[in-house]
Design a protein around this ligand. Structure first.
Ligand code: NAI
Length: 320
């Protein structure tokens, strides 16, 4: 139906909501009835300094439009304090959008330990701390929607972003497990992979792209993922410029590395079957770690039955 998706009586915490993507998420959720905690430390794009201005301006914008919002100026690294602001102001927390972020781009050779630590602390540890603080409240009320923010820089790599890539891929791993641990209590966790014009990408994205990549075009995707009608859990959704797609990890069919169970594995044998090991023509997405180990057991069973390698390659993993 075309009924508007509403967030009345829901409390949403949006981290890094003083600018860019986070600001758009906060504005849209508030417009749709959510009470919003606008968290922002207000520092520079490389994580220096702090200011209340960024959060205050967005709270003011929401209130002027008739919405409800409060500011929170804590760093996401102090996640418990961020969530405490929601509990104090509104008595609950239903939605957490882990969005705050900084950049300290350097080639691997020039990345200092400080650059590594701060980028990982803000993105990865900050998301962990906020999520861990909100989680018990969401589980107890049997409702919660959590978003992690990843990046194509993590998924594909990007020159000069070792610290950021590691943190952004770490968030995918964090989301995978949060999705599993929350599912029973209707606490769902998904990943957004955005590309948007912001101070973070200014001077990095080509000019023609920059103008088309409005953060506002991604907010409805994130809002839907946070709505009670969305049942996705553990999905990675890439979105930009009014377009979105699901992203998957896939696993090839693989190859057995020895003629039979009594044989050992040799580097020569590995080399000989390498084209089968790396053949992705029959690649599949697995839904859970159990499917991965289940498949290994099937392969072992086949070998115990004395099937030849040829038989094994005929073996259709669809039956799993
Ligand atoms: P932005 O720089 O406009 O917004 C990030 C906000 O986070 C800023 O307002 C900043 O003050 C706040 N912040 C930084 N450190 C904080 C901390 N410790 N605690 C609380 N707030 C903090 O950047 P943008 O582009 O809106 O990015 C939002 C998220 O999306 C980030 O996680 C970023 O890594 C991610 N992302 C953005 C892409 C893009 O193309 N813009 C691409 C892929 C990922």
């Amino acid at each position: 139906s075309d009924r508007k998706l509403r967030f009345d009586n829901r409390v949403a915490v949006v981290t890094g909501a003083g600018a860019g993507l986070g600001r758009e998420y906060a504005l849209l959720l508030a417009e749709r009835g959510a009470k919003v905690v606008v968290n922002d430390l207000g520092g520079s794009h490389s994580g220096e300094g702090a200011s209340q201005r960024a959060a205050d301006i967005v709270v003011e914008e929401i209130r002027r439009a008739g919405g409800e919002a409060v500011a929170d100026y804590n760093s996401v690294i102090d996640g418990a304090m961020v969530i405490e602001t929601a509990l104090k102001a509104f008595g609950r927390v239903d939605i957490l959008i882990n969005n705050a972020g900084i950049l300290r781009d350097r080639s691997l050779a020039k990345t200092s330990e400080q650059d590594w630590n701060l980028v990982n602390d803000v993105h990865l540890k900050g998301s962990f701390k906020c999520t861990q603080a909100a989680f018990p409240h969401m589980k107890a009320q049997r409702y919660g929607r959590i978003i992690m923010t990843s990046s194509n820089s993590g998924i594909y790599g990007n020159f000069g972003q070792a610290n950021y890539s590691a943190a952004k891929m770490g968030l995918v791993g964090l989301a995978n497990t949060v999705a599993i641990e929350g599912a029973r209590n209707n606490v769902l966790c998904n990943v957004i992979i955005p590309t948007a014009a912001s101070r973070m990408t200014e001077g990095i994205l080509p000019d023609i792209l920059f103008n088309e990549l409005k953060p506002k075009l991604i907010a409805p995707v994130v809002a839907y993922l946070c709505h009670e009608s969305c049942q996705d859990n553990g999905s990675y959704i890439e979105s930009a410029a009014g377009w979105a797609t699901k992203v998957h990890t896939v696993r090839g069919k693989g190859a057995v590395l020895r003629p039979s169970l009594i044989d050992t594995v040799t580097p020569e044998y590995v080399k000989n079957v390498w084209s089968n090991v790396t053949d992705m023509s029959k690649a599949k997405h697995l839904n859970a770690i159990g499917e991965a180990s289940g498949y290994l057991l099937e392969v072992l069973e086949k070998m115990k039955e004395g099937d030849t390698i040829e038989d094994y390659f005929e073996f259709d993993n669809k039956q799993l």
